[in-house]
Every structure is written in C-alpha cells, then in structure tokens.
Write a new protein. Structure first.
Length: 187
C-alpha cells in the first residue's frame, strides 16, 4: 500500500492578496477573535469588557475614509462592540444571532450598498464564520483561527486576532490600491 501525504493548502502570498484586495468593494470583519483576542471579561454584575487593538481601529477608519465599506458582523450583541464602533464611526454594524451569510446579504440589500458578497473580503476565526466565508470573494483567517476555517481560506494573517490582524490586511488593501494610508489621516 502506497501512502501519500495530504497536500498542504496553498494560500495567497502577501503580494497576491494585495492585488486581489484592490478590487473589493467592502470588507466584513468578525468581532470576537478577529477584532478582539477572543477573550471576554465579565464581572459579577454582568458588565463586560473587550480588548480591541488600536491599530486595527485606525486602519478601519482610514479605509472608510478611502472609500472602502467596512461591515462588522457578530452573532453576539455587545454594548462594548457598539461603543467601539461608534467611537470609530463605523456605520455598518450587525449584531444578531443567526446565519451570518444571510444576515450580511440582507443588510447589504436593505441598506442599498452597491455590491454583492462576492465582491467583499471577510476576516473570520471560527467555524460559525464558514457559511459567510464561503459566500465572499476573498476568505481570510487570522493566525489563530480554528483549523476547520483555515481549510477554506485564501490567506492566513501573520498576526493573531486582536493583535493587528485587521490592520495587516487593510495595509495590504492600501498597497494594492496604490494608496498611502497616511494620506487619509486628518488631525
């Protein structure tokens, strides 16, 4: 009996991803495990805290200013997420339980956004992100994503969720478009 080794998944290089990202109209970001480090701090009174990466937030703001639609999608409604996205002035925030692919597709249609899921990139980290990931044009997992998700990804970030993974991807978006993110920073 001849045993063959399973083929290792071939992901986009940074250069390939940068080129692909240049053509997207929107990016969808999961929250827990992507924008945060997948930890949740909860007090006895139910008060919760989440830790968000400042650099990810800055990159999101600059990307929006450059014309990219940023959509936040979480199956877990959270006052912490609402507060952070309001602070960043991210207007597309979905915090509902259900099939993420259906929820985002309905949101895009209801809000007359001028693109389809196939014209977006999605950054996820867990198995519940798989249905949405399958519908998007570019599938990105964070470095510490679950193996089941990594199997369908086009790219895996060098950074872990909550530690700059979103900024890593958005910097490649700017590079692919030939834009300098600093040009979108206003004091």
């Amino acid at each position: 009996m001849i045993m063959t080794r399973a083929r290792r998944k071939k992901y986009f290089t940074r250069t390939q991803l940068s080129r692909k990202l240049a053509g997207i109209k929107g990016i969808i970001l999961d929250v827990d495990g992507v924008l945060t480090d997948d930890h949740l701090y909860v007090g006895a009174d139910g008060f919760e805290l989440k830790k968000f990466h400042i650099g990810d937030g800055l990159a999101m703001v600059l990307a929006v200013r450059a014309g990219l639609e940023v959509i936040i999608m979480s199956n877990r409604p959270s006052a912490s997420t609402t507060t952070r996205m309001n602070d960043l002035k991210i207007k597309h925030v979905i915090q509902e339980r259900g099939n993420k692919a259906h929820l985002v597709a309905e949101y895009i249609e209801k809000n007359n956004l001028n693109f389809k899921l196939s014209e977006t990139a999605f950054i996820g980290n867990d198995f519940m992100d798989i249905p949405l990931m399958r519908e998007t044009g570019i599938k990105i997992g964070v470095a510490d994503a679950y193996p089941e998700l990594k199997v369908i990804c086009d790219y895996i970030t060098a950074k872990r969720g909550g530690y700059g993974a979103v900024r890593e991807v958005l910097e490649l978006y700017f590079k692919g478009r030939g834009l300098n993110p600093a040009d979108y920073f206003t004091r």
